[in-house]
Design a binder for this molecule. Sequence first.
Ligand SMILES: [Zn+2]
Length: 468
Amino acid sequence: MNGFMACRQHFHYYKFSTMRTSVRDIVAAPVSWRRRHWLIAGAALTLTLLAGAVIPRWASATRQPETNALTTLNLEVPPLPSPQTTDGDTDTDASASAGFGDDVDWQVVTVRPGQTVGDIFRQHGISPGELQKLLDDRSNATALHNIHPGDEFAFARSADDSRHGVRFDRDDHTRVVDTFAADGLHQSVQDRQLERRTYVAHGVVERSLFDAGEQAGMSDSMVLKLANAFGYDIDFAQDLRQGDSFTVIYDDVYCEGEHLHTGEIIAATFVNRGKRFSAFRYTDSSGNTMYYSGDGRPLRKAFLRTPVEFSRISSLFSVARLHPVLGTMRAHRGVDYAAPTGTPVHAAGEGRVTFRGWQNGYGNVVILQHGGRYSTLYGHMSRFASIQTGQHVSQGQTIGFVGMTGMATGPHLHYEFRVDGVHRDPLTVTLPKPEPLPPTEFARFERQSQPLLAKLKTLEATQLALAK
Ligand SMILES: [Zn+2]
């Protein structure tokens, strides 16, 4: 443990220029990374087809769609009156043409960063007065006030100019078509057919967690969900090692055959430095959904393992392992997380702000008190989030942003975990375990988790066999 502690503590005063460059390079080149993986994936497929039973040793990460796992969600909206004919064009389905006839062309517009609904609608022939009519309907207002880059709107105008309209998705479940004509506004609302597709994936960490996830076919946001589920047990910024592996059952949400958004982690195992962790998503009889370990204890604990936004530092994994300590090391008590300036810093646990201000050496620092015995300290921040001394903060709340104020030679978070005022390694501090589910609830949990566990084990065994 001593060797490990030294390793955890020495980031503080070494040169950060190499790290910063690497982060920027990785961030700046997502496309080429993706391409490379597509090429690898393509090559793997070709090899497998050509060689039959020969499976390349490095093809350790896979994602497989599950058969017979399609589910259709309950639809909340009643069926529409009078759908018209469809011509099979994805942009011109029957329902979308309501009010226009089937000869109208919908022009699909994708929202770009910085655009407003007002801009987009005006550019496509919807006047501010007409937009206001749409906003007067409260159920439209939510969707129209919260547009995001990538959202889609479609606009249409009839050949004789007598009517024009807009089509958009109010939410995951609902598509709206609004038509303006001489006699006013007509609105039709349709169900969107949603399905959840279940996938299984297995990955081995070679470079970084995101890299392994990508090779396993998982989106970055699903990798984040995986990291969040295990974020009370594993510090993904410091504890991840080459050879760590994960096996995941998760789902994605599709609408009319198109991927709509990432779903949730349903069950997963993560082997970190030889230690195995499990997570099962479970909704208890009162309707609360959380992740539980196999023995029915909530994964959620009093303290997060990583008090800084993980996605911003994960790329440092390989860099941190490749470069040993450079420069002078100075004894200090704490764990340092190298991360770009401005990376959000999170309260490790629920607590109260006992200090927010400047201290020599620490620069901009926040100290939180958690109950009677525990406190946490966050140093070198570039600035604070809007928190005041004495204020209550919740776990995961952003309290400030990474910087290099005080005695720091590069941007990083200096984090201290103290018990009765004495710095301790959060890893070695034994905190009380969360209470397990009560017996009746546990029996129900076990009925759901056992088949998932069996599936995960089968999958792991298969992958181990393939890797040999
Ligand atoms: Zn430090």
